[in-house]
Design a protein around this ligand. Sequence first.
Ligand SMILES: [Zn+2]
Length: 71
Amino acid sequence: MDITFKKCPECGSDKIRIVASDFKEPDGLVVSRLERWVCPDCQAIYYDDSAMRRIEAARTPAKSRSRSLVA
Ligand SMILES: [Zn+2]
């Protein structure tokens, strides 16, 4: 993770922690074992840059991804 929280920015709870589990989007996209910060008190969820990149990569079709690697 690129970011660290000692307290939840939303409610100030110190119970905020990293959760790594399968991430499912409403449209059916799944990112396995995605890490994000979750606050159990206010249900706030925070994604860092690497988590966002994994979601973006999962959204990008394999074809265009391999093309951009060559370019
Ligand atoms: Zn909170």
